[in-house]
Design a binder for this molecule. Structure first.
Ligand code: ZN
Length: 333
């Protein structure tokens, strides 16, 4: 194989498995803007209407950015100081986030143990960020009855093997992302995937204690990205939150198209469930922690945005992703 082709092939493999890391290494240059982009951006702003949060998302959010700006944003968050630990945050009465500025993991308290989503980058982060954070809130990692890994990228499953080894934590992914993880190249820090355990299927309801989570498989970011409809307690009231499983644009036009279709699928699931807010383990894409920390003494949790705004979030994302399909084609992907 000619050297240049070999490098290209390696680049594509790296992109498939670690899209964030790739974005850091290869600055993206925008092709000439496809004619339809302006229409999609205008439509996204129209969906947002006068809602300030949605308007900001349509005007400045990741999904409607040009490829170079989107890549630069991800590059910023995959570099220091954004990869440093941030204080653990309690989002709701029974939902906690632990992690760095770049990626976090959620823990939900039920009447009979805990459910976790994702496992940070590696064992070291579990020891230095997750375990002390849990202690701060009086939570015990041994009480995790199920760890849902949203998708098979290292920044989500990195500490899952540590949890299996130390706490015998049951770990669950979709079938296709178990395969994706198994095929992932070795990491310089020695991180390896967890041993194959539970397989999640589309529409599955997972119950721990008094809490039932609905799984929605949303292909795009990876072939089997897991999104979830999650019941949280907000000042004693149960509310449903829509947790999107994977965010950065995938590497092919076909996968971006899947992601757009999945955004609409998840909009429908959020609507059927009556979800009133969005969650994501890359919280910065939605300013989740900043919004929560700005709550002050108000009794109203800023992460609760209402059913309509929750559905519109996914509609704006889908509209912008339709634009990204055009960008992707223009870049020959
Ligand atoms: Zn990912």
């Amino acid at each position: 194989m000619p050297k240049s082709l070999s490098i290209l092939t390696t680049g594509i493999a790296a992109l498939a498995f670690t899209s964030f890391a790739y974005a850091q290494r290869a600055p993206v240059i925008d092709p000439p803007e496809p004619a339809e982009i302006a229409g999609h951006v205008a439509k996204a702003k129209e969906i947002a209407g006068t809602n300030p949060l949605l308007s900001k998302m349509a005007a400045e959010g990741y999904w409607c950015m040009t490829p170079s700006h989107a890549s630069a944003l991800v590059g910023k968050y995959t570099s220091k100081p954004m990869t440093d630990p941030v204080p653990a945050v309690q989002y709701f009465d029974n939902l906690y986030l632990f992690g760095t500025g770049f990626v976090g993991m959620f823990v939900l308290k039920t009447s009979d143990g805990l459910i976790a989503w994702d496992a940070l980058n590696n064992s070291a982060e579990m020891e230095t960020i997750f375990e002390p954070g849990m202690k701060k809130f009086g939570l015990n990692p041994a009480d995790i009855k199920l760890m849902i890994v949203t998708h098979g990228h290292y920044d989500h499953f990195g500490g899952a093997k540590y949890m299996q080894d130390k706490y015998k934590t049951p770990v669950a992914l979709s079938a296709s992302d178990w395969d994706l993880m198994a095929a992932a190249p070795a990491r310089p820090d020695g991180t390896v995937p967890p041993k194959k355990d539970r397989v999640l299927i589309d529409g599955q309801k997972v119950t721990v204690g008094d809490t039932t989570v609905q799984v929605v498989i949303t292909p795009g970011h990876t072939p089997g990205t897991v999104s979830s409809i999650v019941p949280v307690r907000d000042n004693g009231t149960t509310r449903l939150m829509a947790m999107w499983g994977g965010t950065a644009f995938p590497s092919t036009t076909a996968a971006v198209t899947n992601m757009r279709d999945s955004a609409l699928k998840f909009r429908d699931a959020a609507k059927a469930a009556g979800a009133v807010g969005i969650l994501n383990t890359h919280e910065f894409f939605y300013d989740l922690t900043a919004r929560k920390n700005a709550q002050g003494s108000s009794p109203n949790n800023p992460l609760v945005i209402g059913a309509e705004a929750t559905q519109k979030t996914m509609e704006i994302k889908a509209e912008c992703l339709t634009g990204q399909i055009a960008w992707s084609k223009a870049m020959g992907k």
